[in-house]
Design a protein around this ligand. Sequence first.
Ligand code: ADP
Ligand code: MG
Length: 155
Amino acid sequence: MLTIKTHDPAATRAFGRTLGRLLGKGDVVCLTGDLGAGKTLLVQGIAAGLGVSDDVTSPTFTILQVYETGRLPLYHFDLYRLDSPEELDNIGFAEYTGGDGAAVIEWADKFPAAMPEEHLLIELNRGDGESDRRIQLTPAGGRYRLLCEELSDKC
Ligand code: ADP
Ligand code: MG
């Protein structure tokens, strides 16, 4: 497990950018944390690290937003408004998580059983101050343990 503490939004975004540079085809990143924890901000950083040139906003109402202007496609999910895991099948969730791009999933803990077995879990929590955040990374699977090692060298 790897823990990163940030003290402002820019630092969370910068961490996301570092992660985005390391992501590859088929990678799955599961994000958890309360409203306002910084999940979308982290995804904005990941998008920047992938070279995505579009503005990244929360796909709460669309569930999925695909960005294709980067080094590889970014599949940005937000499960906040999803009522049942069956809806994930309807939008072709499995094709995206095993697909040509990197999948990043906000509110992944809503349907934990529907997440791919191997993934990088990132839990965001508020710290003491208004702008303090604790970012906890837990790899599930060898690929993500390697990714965490690379990240710990860079962060
Ligand atoms: P979520 O997607 O988890 O609901 P957002 O990324 O949309 O959260 O919003 C996070 C909010 O918290 C933003 O308004 C951001 O400016 C603020 N914030 C303050 N400090 C931090 C920090 N260290 N990291 C991330 N966001 C922060
Ligand atoms: Mg969000």
